[in-house]
Design a protein around this ligand. Sequence first.
Ligand code: DGL
Length: 254
Amino acid sequence: MNSNLHIGVFDSGVGGLSVLKALREELPDESFIYLADSANAPYGRRTPDQILALSMKNTEFLLEKNVKVVVVACNTATGIAINYLRKAFPLPFIGMEPAVKPAAAGSLTKRIGVLATSRTFEADHFNQTVSQYTDGIEVIVKVGEGLVELVEQGLADSPKTERLLAHYLNPLIEAGIDQLVLGCTHYPFLIPLIQKIIPENITIHDPAPAVARQTRRILEQNDGFVIGPKNLEDNFYSTGDRTILDSMINTIYG
Ligand code: DGL
């Protein structure tokens, strides 16, 4: 592996910035190329074939920019496409892992809630994780229809978003969950609103730090760490309007 290259990161839109933030904290000397496929978001409304084709296209774009690994910072694309990507391209891929395992391990009520897109819930990836780690635990899934669109429109802290979140979260609260898994990389941007709605005893799980640690392990195994301090600029691309992308980058990274 040529260690002196960028790490490529893509998502259907701006959600993967929540993963990029964790990557930059875990790997401060590394440089990143981020692709937001905002023109085609939300992926949750697309067919598996479309999600696969878009994921291939995103990977080709990043490869043209010369990246050493690709982080698929999208649960939906990971669930549908990562096995195909690993077969089709000669570089390591790191995908999103729904944080079902730590949530199940930490649950006292033996009930956990997962909020994600319908495509994520349909994918084998999610269902295998659930069957592997949730023995004796009730997993209550909720499709967060419309939430990705609101984050993409820059409305992550609007009253409309709060109402929609309450509509999805109240049944989970009533069911007695004590762990909430965020199964979509757009949702960490909703944490301030989620915290307003859920009681304090419910723990929120964002898998981004674990994905960043896994990226570190993959670089380690492939002699892929950049030599010396950070020496490349981070670059951000969008297939659509980049107003929200730019404003979120400014908010998150200054
Ligand atoms: N950030 C993507 C995910 O993690 C959102 C999917 C979508 O665009 O619907 O699933």
